[in-house]
Design a binder for this molecule. Structure first.
Ligand code: SF4
Length: 812
């Protein structure tokens, strides 16, 4: 029987939580069913949404969603885990008991947490609560992909500017003021696929005449609209940054006033120790901590005090170049300014060297440098294209220093430290005095572990070798480690050997399949969440929104936040979790904002708070009347990092060629450079079960130049094997004539089947399957951050004549 009744249709304003763009949206709900998602043009991030957002109803109603807590009843390693449905009470009781057991035997740090990336999943809704639970419980060990995503742009650049010169979501940092910039640099960043809000802002900028420089091995996204597209060799970004800086310095295309006044470029470096000359080396009565520069007008030294940011006596004209004999307590010492050292480093990256190393012609290099200089103010955003490398820290520092030359930091149209709506932090740092050091701090004290973020490599070491201490329990919030990270074989061994592992997720996946308990979680369309500031602009930052639930989650699925609160209660931490009242947590967060939770609930489209961006904040006076400067040890932008030198690293951003060089003569067996990039249709390892998306890209692809293919008798669309010295994977060949014929581009994250299209899943540890990360050499790691070389491995590629793909079996 059919009904003639018109459906009841609701339009629910909110935002899509699936990725960092957090696009403003309007959901259409007909008779209680979520049927479509559209952009909300009134929202500061609502100009457009992507295919993943449009597929949201398929995600919500997918038949493979987890709906009940599951308990393993058969041993790990058994092909049948014997999943048994259990109640939430039993699941949470079992997890809390395991956490207590591990803590009692080994200490709370033996319980690690893992979390998916807030940039590419909806975990941002719950991430502060996860960290709070860790702090309250007493463990520093969060296995999160900071070494792969966010480290370079948001943390390594802190060693130059004191703050991230590129913002990373909740970690703060400076955001490109695209609406007012003269030249935008997109470095290893394709916002058309990863942050559509930046793509639409860039297109608007181009319409008003903004210049665009894109640095990417591939001509994707906005590269074909760029004024200059630099097809950099994968892994050579650091050399390119130094080469661009060299051209700019040689031609005088840099902001000398900024460098002189606001960087540590004028400070003198002793030639005998290769350390900054200290005032106490020169003046017997000088206190500790001051430095020395050379004043050209008086032809004498001046003392620089980082506490005040002042020179004494006030200099006439600080030198940035040259060599000076300085009379120290121990005799004359030859010294050169920091900037002279930096310029000397950059000179090593001449246009000819860049042509050889980066495969960029001298003409293009000069054109890029000229465009950057003449089109100021400059802003930039750099993402995983420069971060997935074993030299990412120095690369990110080199890019940040190149940016410093423009003098555009925190200028209108530059990378601006945008204001935020005042909030009360809820991550519970105050609950965690005396945490054990995170795993990895001892080996890499300046890396992600310094901020309590543990790489999978170090986590696996803790689990398998008990080094530096045992890790025996893992509480996972969505991180599909076997697909997201290098060395899935070791990962499987580590996860299988844990005493206890609980995993919360939307779908079963190869990582969750190794858990003892799997918890079903609500998608971002099935739960409430609070978002304070939408990051990409002053206007967006002023927007505060409480996202309402569009529909109920399937079965008994619950928000990750409820999982955290449920565990806190069972761990005796309820008082630290607002006695189980999630709304009370939001109220506390909003307490200093001037906005109430009730107001936000009444206005689902969100509210604007009054915010005004200020600029050049480093020039503003502090409480003592001195210019604030930058929050670095020298209070200046640091071209020279004594922090690095003190830890045995180079004070200058040396370009470190990844161990297997693509510029010299690669081994005959592996003549091609293998890099990777995200496809536009899926967030990392997710979404491939959705037919609406999978139809458009049914199988993993590997891009290669037709010449490279012809030499191997490969046709467009053939199945091929990609092999490195570490392993192999299979994908379909896709011709790309804009690629360098020495470069091959794969895609990571493939494992999931799509039942509706009769495509089976694949085993992430099987080289006849589709896991790109099997080809990654996990031993090639950034010495400072531990980042593995996901985007640079030497490979070869061969035709699979039978087009067999034996990896398509197992988990559908
Ligand atoms: S870009 Fe797509 S996935 Fe990301 S928030 Fe916007 S609609 Fe959602």
């Amino acid at each position: 029987m059919t009904s003639d009744r018109a459906p009841t249709v609701d339009h629910v304003k909110g935002y899509c939580g699936l990725c960092i763009a957090r696009c403003g949206t309007i959901a259409t709900v007909a008779d209680g069913r979520f049927i479509r998602l559209d952009p909300d043009p009134a929202h500061p991030t609502g100009a457009a949404i992507c295919a993943k957002g449009r597929a949201a109803p398929e995600l919500v109603y997918h038949r493979d969603r987890l709906t009940r807590p599951l308990r393993r009843t058969r041993p790990k390693g058994d092909p049948d885990p014997g999943w048994e449905e259990i109640s939430w009470d039993m699941a949470l009781d079992l997890i809390a008991a395991a956490m207590r057991r591990t803590a009692a035997q080994y200490g709370p740090e033996a319980v690690a947490f893992s979390m998916s990336s807030p940039s590419t999943t909806a975990i941002a809704d719950s991430a502060p609560f996860v960290r709070r639970l860790m702090n309250a419980f007493g463990t520093p060990n969060l296995v999160w992909a900071l070494d792969l995503c966010g480290w370079g742009r948001g943390f390594a650049t802190r060693y130059v500017f004191g703050v991230g010169s590129v913002a990373t979501g909740g970690a703060g940092g400076a955001m490109p003021d695209i609406a007012r910039t003269g030249c935008l640099i997109l470095w290893g960043y394709n916002p058309s696929f990863t942050r559509i809000t930046h793509a639409t802002a860039t297109v608007a900028g181009l319409k008003r005449g903004m210049k665009l420089v894109v640095i990417d091995p591939r001509n994707v996204g906005l590269a074909n609209k760029a004024d200059v597209w630099l097809r950099v060799r994968p892994g050579a970004d650091g050399a390119l940054a130094l080469g661009l800086a060299n051209v700019m310095i040689q031609r005088g295309w840099y902001d000398q006033e900024f460098v002189r006044a606001w960087s540590n470029g004028p400070l003198l470096v002793r030639s005998d120790t290769n350390m900054l000359l200290k005032a106490e080396d020169v003046f017997p009565n000088a206190g500790r901590g001051s430095f020395v520069a050379w004043d050209m007008r008086s032809s004498s030294i001046v003392r620089y005090d980082p506490v005040t940011g002042q020179y004494d006596p006030s200099p006439g004209h600080l030198s940035l170049q040259g060599e000076y004999a300085v009379e120290t307590i121990d005799g004359a010492v030859s010294c050169r300014p920091v900037f002279d050292h930096y310029a000397g480093l950059c000179r090593q990256y001449s246009p000819e060297t860049i042509a050889r190393t980066c495969w960029i012609s001298p003409e293009q290099l000069a054109e890029a440098a000229r465009t950057i200089w003449v089109s100021r103010p400059v802003s930039y955003y750099a993402w995983s294209g420069h971060e997935h490398h074993a030299n990412t820290t120095e690369t990110a520092r080199a890019i940040a220093m190149l940016y410093a030359l423009t003098g555009s930091f925190d200028a209108p149209g530059g990378n601006v430290l945008l204001p935020s709506v005042p909030t009360v932090p809820i991550t519970g740092e105050d609950l965690a005095p005396g945490l054990a050091p995170a795993i990895g701090v001892a080996e890499r004290p300046l890396g992600p572990a310094r901020w309590d973020n543990v790489s999978t490599h170090d986590f696996y070491r803790g689990v398998l070798e008990g080094d530096p201490y045992p890790v025996r329990t893992l509480i996972g919030f969505g991180a599909n480690l076997l697909l997201a990270q290098a060395d899935p074989v070791r990962g499987r061994a580590a996860l299988s050997s844990l005493d206890f592992y609980a995993h919360a997720d939307l779908f079963m996946n190869p990582t969750a399949a190794l858990a003892d308990i799997v918890l079903p979680v609500a998608s971002c369309f099935e739960r409430e969440a609070l978002k304070i500031g939408f990051e990409i602009s002053e206007d967006a930052q002023s927007h505060v929104q409480f996202r309402s639930r569009i529909v109920s989650p399937p079965g008994e699925a619950l928000p990750d936040t409820d999982v955290v609160f449920g565990l806190a209660k069972r761990l005796g931490l309820e008082k630290r979790f607002w006695n189980g009242d999630v709304d009370a947590a939001y109220r506390e967060q909003l307490a200093s904002s001037g906005i109430s939770l009730e107001q936000l609930r009444a206005e689902p489209a969100g509210r604007r708070s009054s915010l005004t961006a200020t600029h050049y904040k480093y020039q503003a006076p502090d409480e003592r009347g001195n210019a604030r400067g930058f929050p670095t040890p020298t209070r200046k932008v640091e071209f020279w990092s004594e922090t690095f030198a003190d830890h045995g690293y180079s004070a200058l951003p040396q370009f470190i060629e990844t161990a297997v060089s693509g510029t010299s003569q690669p081994a005959d067996m592996f003549p091609l450079i293998l890099t990777c990039a995200k496809p536009s249709l899926f967030c990392q390892s997710q979404h491939r079960a959705l037919p609406i998306l999978r139809k458009r890209l049914p199988y993993p692809e590997v891009e290669l130049h037709p010449m490279t293919a012809a030499a191997r008798e490969i046709r467009d669309g053939d199945w091929v094997e990609v092999r490195t010295s570490s392993g192999a994977m299979r994908a379909k060949a896709r011709f790309n004539e804009t690629l360098d014929n020495r470069v091959v581009v794969g895609q990571h994250g493939w494992w999931q089947g799509c039942t509706e299209l009769e495509i089976a899943g694949s085993d992430p540890t099987d080289p006849t399957g589709n896991n790109f990360n099997l080809t990654v050499d996990a031993t090639m790691r950034d010495p400072i951050s531990g980042t593995p070389s996901h985007r640079f491995n030497m490979c070869d590629i061969r035709l699979l004549r039978s087009n067999a793909h034996a990896g398509y079996r197992g988990m559908a």
